[in-house]
Design a protein around this ligand. Structure first.
Ligand code: FAD
Length: 390
């Protein structure tokens, strides 16, 4: 089995294969150096905290115990599906019986930002180290893009005492991820911590000084100058190396319900989409929990379990003293209802319903226990009487 991608999903597949008794040969190709590590801390305590910046998901000894040929600092550059081999950036050709694609996503760089010096993105430990160093002693941070990554970076900067401006194309940050009600609360949370919100704005152009980015001119005509500029405008699946492989790459690697593509390849983690019978549509999840769960599911299906992968998705974000947890999915246009607590308070749960009033997502604002209670009801029609309509 050759696993391409040395993140949480790839590691979960390798570990599970060995745990479940797979005795064949294993190889892992990973373009980053070092051991597989956890990404969520990179935008949180990784930017603000002391600590050694080591968020390894496995010790060197445990990695050795997997008896896996590890090719790190080496990217897969091509798939030869006919001869069933992966070609790497060091000219290696690795034959496989089973291929696992677990290459994650890459930061999306908008055309107006391409090729400029001094911009930051945040995906890898290397990016985080660079951003962390830049924030030390910085006076002003500009974050372009108010999804969960951009908002977490702004919150971390405020914790460091750095002034922060957050630009987002929508009227409020995180609109697509949490819907209008909670997005409004997020906006208030950031404003309350001193973040200057410049929402409903795009970037007209970046401002340069001696070739370095020093700010941006926004579509409302205003300008924002900063010592540090972070682009957090989404990501794209890392599938460029699969282009010649004859695979469906419409939205990442399109897999079937078993996370399989054809008879010899599987996909796991941020890069892979799968048809969810539970939600009646294809999902590609960029969530930490999914990376592990899907990696495990792939290993089990390689060994013949034949289990459809269709969990209730889960993600969280930490900002200031708020932990948001989302179970299920939040779709544009979903109707929102308070399920527990008061959405104007500091602890509540709201539900997101589809057109037929079926509960499809649950969001908890500092209410993990209550969220788990409501999570169990995802997929059920939500009786209107049980919830105050917002
Ligand atoms: C800063 C940050 C904060 C986050 N916070 C949260 C959070 O709070 N909650 C949450 O639920 N999720 C969070 N996430 C998302 C979560 O970390 C991801 O869903 C998870 O890491 C996905 O794991 P993966 O193994 O699919 O991909 P990755 O972890 O991206 O691993 C893929 C690996 O494949 C490598 N690769 C890519 N192309 C190739 C190639 N051609 N050849 C070889 N190797 C290749 C990449 O370099 C990478 O090392 C966060 C992500 C980031 C970046």
């Amino acid at each position: 089995v050759v696993v391409v991608g040395g993140g949480a999903a790839g590691l979960a597949t390798l570990s599970t294969l060995r745990e479940e008794g797979f005795a064949g040969s294993l190889a892992m190709v990973g373009e980053e150096p070092g051991l597989p590590y956890d990404r969520p801390p990179l935008s949180k305590q990784g930017l603000t905290g002391p600590g050694d910046g080591n968020h390894a998901l496995i010790s060197a000894d445990a990695m050795d115990a997997l008896q896996c040929d590890v090719y790190r600092g080496e990217a897969a550059i091509r798939l030869d599906a006919r001869s069933r081999s992966v070609v790497t950036s060091r000219g290696r050709e690795l034959p496989y019986d089973v291929l696992v694609v677990a290459t994650g996503v890459r930061p999306r760089i908008p055309p107006w930002a391409a090729g400029h010096q001094g911009l930051h993105v945040l995906r890898t430990a290397q990016h985080a180290a660079r951003l962390s160093a830049a924030l030390q002693g910085a006076a002003h941070l500009l974050v372009i893009g108010g999804g969960f990554l951009g908002t977490e970076v702004a919150a971390s900067a405020r914790r460091l005492g750095v002034a922060a401006t957050l630009v987002d194309i929508h009227a409020v940050p995180m609109l697509a991820q949490v819907g209008p009600l909670v997005a409004q609360r997020i906006a208030e949370l950031h404003a309350g911590h001193g973040v200057a919100l410049r929402c409903g704005n795009g970037v007209r152009r970046l401002l340069l000084e001696q070739g370095q980015v020093v700010g941006a001119e926004l579509t409302d005509g205003s300008s924002c100058l900063a010592d540090v500029v972070v682009i957090a405008t989404g990501s794209d699946p890392a599938v460029e190396w699969l282009r010649d492989g004859g695979l469906d790459l419409t939205d990442g690697l399109s897999c079937d319900a078993l996370c399989q593509v054809g008879s010899k390849a599987f996909g796991a983690g941020d890069v892979a989409s799968y048809p969810s019978a539970r939600f009646g549509r294809r999902l590609r999840l960029e969530h930490r929990m999914n990376a592990t769960e899907q990696g495990i599911a792939v290993a089990r299906n390689i060994l013949g379990a034949g289990e459809a992968y269709d969990p209730i998705p889960f993600f969280w974000t930490d900002q200031y003293d708020v932990r948001l947890q989302v179970h299920g999915i939040v779709e544009p246009g979903a109707s929102q209802r308070a399920l527990w607590g008061d959405p104007a308070s500091d602890t509540f749960v709201i539900g997101y319903c589809g057109p037929e009033g079926v509960l499809r997502g649950v969001l908890a604002w500092n209410a993990p226990r209550e969220a788990r209670r409501w999570r169990a009801r995802i997929g059920e029609p939500l009786e209107l009487a049980q919830a105050a309509t917002l």
